[in-house]
Structure formats: C-alpha cells, structure tokens
Design a protein around this ligand. Structure first.
Ligand SMILES: Cc1cc2nc3c(=O)[nH]c(=O)nc-3n(C[C@H](O)[C@H](O)[C@H](O)COP(=O)(O)OP(=O)(O)OC[C@H]3O[C@@H](n4cnc5c(N)ncnc54)[C@H](O)[C@@H]3O)c2cc1C
Length: 511
C-alpha cells in the first residue's frame, strides 16, 4: 500500500508546473487518515442528490448540512476527495515526537466562535477550544526592542497592538482608484516601525505580496476584522478532530456517517439544470442532481478540472481577479525554551530578519515539556524557501532566533536531536497538487468585467452554472464573513448547502 508521502510525491510528479522538491519533509505517514469505508465505485443505480467535490472545511460543512439536516429529509450525498484524508488546508499531524497535535495548515479560529455558525457546530459536536488572548500572549520584536522596556515586553505589545488598530482603520477607510498595498504604504510615510507593522499586517499572514495586493480587494476582504480581534481560539485536540466529528450524524442522524470516497481526483464536471456528471481520473463517473465544487481557486485556475459547458465569462472574470498565495510551515522542537513564558504568538517587524516574521508556539501552557515553535512563511517568504534544503532553513531560522534572543545563542544547539537529526516538520502548500497554495487573495490589475470587490460574490453565485454550486474559502463573502479562513470556509459550506437544498426542493419536488 502506498504511504501518504509516496502518494503525494506521485501526485506532485504528475502535476505539470509543480516542483519535484520535497515539500512535506518529516510529516509522518501516520498523519494520513485513510478511508475507513470501502471505496466502492459508483453503480448505475447510484443517483445522488449532491456530489460534493472536496473534503476540506467547506465541503464537509456543506455535506453534513445536506446529509444530516435538522428538520428536512436527508439528502443522498457523496463527497469526492482527491487525497486520502479529509481536511484539505486543515492538516493536523498527531506525532508523538512533538507531544501533541501540530497544525501544518489552518491553526486558529480568528473570530469569536459564538458570532459565527462554526461556533454552533463546535458546541454541538462537543469540541474543546481554548481562548488565547492575543495581547497577553503575544510578543512583537522590532529594532531596538532589546533596549526598550526589556522586562515589560507584553505591555509594549499591548501598546503596539492598539497602534495597529489605528493603521487598520486607515486601510479600512481606503477609497478611490485601486492601487497596490505598496503604493498605499509609500504614500502614507509612516515611520519605520509603523511601516514594518503595516507591512506585517498586509503580508505576515494573508497571502500576496505588497505589489500584488489590491487595496480595493484587501478592504473588501475585511482583514482587520479577522487579524486584529482580541482573541484567538485553538482546537485543543487538533482542528481535524472537529472535521472528523462533522462527518458523523448527530441526534436523529446518530450512527450515520458521511459517504466520503478518497483518492477520487475529479477531472471533469458536466453540468445542466437536469443534473450533473462528475468524472474522476480513475474513470469513475458519478451522477447527481447537483454538485458543489469546493476545490481551491488554485486548483480551478490550473485547468486540472474541465467544465462542460465551459465556465461562463462572468465566472472566468471573477476567477481572474483571484490568485492563490503560498504559505509554508517549519515546525521545530527544542530541548529548552528560550522565549518568554506563556508566549503563544511572536511577530517580527524589525529590519534584521532573514527568514519569516510570524511564529506560534502550539503549547504555550506546557512550554517546559513540549518546547515547540511553528514558523510560518507567507507570500515572498514562502517563495524564498522553496529551493532551500530543510537544514538550510533550520540553520537560518536559528540565526534569526539568535538575534532576537541573544542570551540563548547559538539557538541551533538547543534543537532536540534524535538519531543525529533535529526534530522538525516542513510543509509547503503550493506544492500540494490539491490545494496549489494556501489561500486566495484579490490581485491588483486583474479586474475585467467583474469589479474586483465583487469577484468573490460572483464566483459564489450558481445562476450561471445550472446544477453546479460554489463553495470554498474563496467564495466566503458578505457582511461579517471572511474569506481565507476556516470560519469563512465553514460558512461557505453552510451557505452553499442551503442553496442546494432549496434548488432540490424547487427543481426536484418529491412526489
Ligand atoms: C499554513 C496555513 C495556515 C493557515 N492558518 C489559518 C488560521 O490560523 N486560521 C484560519 O482561519 N485559516 C487559516 N488558514 C486558511 C484555512 O486553512 C483555509 O482557508 C481553509 O481550510 C480552506 O478550506 P476549503 O474547504 O475552502 O478548501 P480546502 O481545504 O482546500 O479543501 C478543498 C478540498 O478539495 C480537494 N480537492 C482539490 N482538488 C480536487 C479534485 N480535483 N477532486 C477532488 N477533490 C479535490 C482537496 O484535496 C481539499 O481536501 C491557513 C492555511 C494555511 C495553508
């Protein structure tokens, strides 16, 4: 049987334009959540109400709403997932080496759970989440930090955070002809520290570079609501536990499970008001009254899936505004903690960094035992490390830590080493052929017939593709809804399930 890594390597090798460079170093095979159901090919009698393409947050959220509705009749749903696990860009690795779940993809819930539908599901499925106050768990490293209020770094962070909110308000009030984030930043003439902070806000986590990000798009995506909340929430037993729970029916659907077919790489979708036909690379043909596509815009734009009839101009123009940005993670285990106690987040806005600016410690309360640091490379940073070997990256990260924490230098000597090798994991999302990047963003200068700020909405609408409905993080839009996030992806699933349910009621009424 192929291991997960072999499987992904083969998929990568077969994907034109992707590099053969190892992108999943030291992510153990046990990370694969292999299908626990028989992988039956569809039979002639199988006519599904809905085929959900993709078993990430959006697909699972949509499928469970259709298959396990609160009041309505159950719908016959099948989820077709290209890889051999659910989760997509959520990828929890349970690896004994690290002493707890490690998130290689989506990590935090950035919003207050009770204000979003995801909060209801977290509660209903009995999932444990932990609140992490951003201010009291965050560190901001900047030029001169060593000399400034050395002992009161958390107070300093609080002050900087408040300042950041002011910058964010500046961005949110942006009006006028579109421009790049860089041009906007140049016009502002912020002092170096302010500039560093705003740069971090634009590119430290959200994908896209300063030159690529459209100001109109960035404002429309409402990043300030996501990135500058007071709290973050962490899934105590890993994000994947939540997804796994959502594949199971509750209450009147108790004992039922979603029908998920793994290793089903969709390559063709034939759609019409009368029904859809979905073909996979291994020749299986699935038939249904409707289909939902939740694959990333990276996958859709790559042409890996063909549409019959071809997508209408409005969809193509909406897609042209959207681009996939890359992110990568390097997770390191140390013998001894060298950062301040109870640190959950660490950001750099100084001029000296070599590698990346965004760090998270997965076990802030347990940081004597599980001394782990997760380093996030976004946009250009992710691009920079693509061709670097694991050890080159680790060494450079340790040099960066030396600058921040001179008392601990050389930090390289603090790495936990087993069998002559440091304990680490690395993941590069652009090299996963089924995501082709980390998140979507709105790119400057790509607007055609669809205004850039309306692109996500236009992509989400099913009217121009009868029978084919649109989910996924990139389609999360509307008042208080955010793309590029797990809660946005979850919301998009709930929204598209409601659309499908209504369509089925109207077009295929029960006799
Ligand atoms: C490193 C990283 C860190 C992040 N951190 C956070 C965070 O802290 N908080 C947050 O809110 N968000 C975060 N995100 C973003 C968040 O993880 C994503 O926005 C969200 O998980 C996207 O879910 P989705 O269902 O829309 O797409 P996906 O997760 O991409 O799901 C789509 C699914 O479709 C499958 N698929 C693709 N092509 C095919 C095909 N041809 N046939 C069949 N199946 C196919 C894929 O395998 C995948 O499982 C992060 C993302 C990354 C990569």
């Amino acid at each position: 049987m192929n291991s997960r890594r072999d499987f992904l390597k083969k998929a990568i090798a077969g994907s034109a334009g992707l590099m053969a460079q190892e992108a999943f170093s030291k992510v153990p095979d046990s990370a694969a959540q292999l299908a626990n159901q028989p992988q039956l090919p569809p039979t002639k009698e199988d006519l599904f109400d809905c085929i959900v393409i993709g078993g990430g947050m959006s697909g699972i959220s949509a499928a469970k709403d259709l298959a396990f509705p609160a009041f309505e009749k159950r719908h016959k749903v099948v989820v077709l997932e290209a890889s051999n696990r659910i989760g997509g860009r959520i990828f929890t690795v349970n690896d004994n080496r690290f002493g707890g779940p490690i998130e290689m993809g989506g990590t935090f819930l950035h919003v207050e759970p009770e204000t979003f539908p995801i909060g209801n599901d977290i509660k209903d499925y009995g999932i444990k989440i932990k609140k992490i106050p951003r201010i009291f768990s965050g560190l901001l490293y900047y030029d001169g930090w060593e000399d400034d209020l050395k002992k009161e770094y958390q107070m300093l962070f609080q002050w900087k955070w408040t300042e950041m909110l002011t910058f964010a308000r500046d961005i949110d009030s942006f009006e006028g002809p579109d421009m790049s984030a860089r041009e906007w930043l140049n016009r502002k003439n912020y002092a170096p520290l302010g500039r560093g902070m705003v740069d971090l806000y634009f590119t430290g986590h959200p994908p896209g570079t300063l030159d690529q990000l459209s100001m109109k798009g960035f404002r429309a995506d409402k990043y300030s609501e996501v990135e500058l909340g007071w709290n973050e929430y962490q899934f105590v037993n890993g994000y994947n536990q939540f997804l796994n729970k959502m594949t199971q029916g509750r209450e009147r659907h108790s004992g039922r499970k979603l029908d998920i077919r793994f290793g089903q790489v969709v390559e063709k979708i034939k759609y019409s008001l009368g029904g859809v036909e979905v073909t996979t690379t291994d020749g299986n043909v699935y038939k249904a009254k409707t289909a939902i596509i939740t694959a990333s815009v990276g996958v859709i734009k790559s042409g890996a899936i063909t549409f019959d009839p071809p997508l209408p101009l409005e969809k193509m123009d909406a897609l042209s505004c959207l681009e996939m940005g890359d992110e990568a993670k390097m997770v390191l285990k140390f013998k001894k903690r060298f950062w301040p106690k109870n640190t959950a987040f660490l950001n750099r806005v100084d001029s000296k960094h070599e590698m990346c600016r965004t760090f998270a410690a997965p076990f802030p309360d347990d940081d004597e035992k599980n001394v782990v640091m997760s380093c996030l490379f976004a946009g250009e940073e992710a691009d920079k490390i693509k061709d670097m070997s694991d050890i080159e990256i680790i060494k450079a990260l340790c040099r960066d830590f030396d600058k921040m924490f001179p008392h601990a230098a050389p930090v390289y000597n603090l790495l936990e080493v087993k069998n002559d090798e440091p304990t680490y994991m690395r993941y590069q999302w652009s090299q996963n052929p089924f995501t082709r990047g980390a998140d979507s963003y709105l790119k400057l200068g790509t607007e055609k017939s669809v205004p850039i700020e309306k692109a996500r909405r236009k992509l989400s609408l099913p009217q121009t593709t009868p029978g084919l409905f649109w989910g996924g993080e990139a389609t999360a839009t509307g008042e208080g809804i955010h793309p590029g996030c797990t809660h946005g992806a979850h919301f998009s699933g709930a929204r598209v399930a409601a659309e499908v349910s209504q369509h089925l009621r109207l077009k295929f009424p029960q006799k």
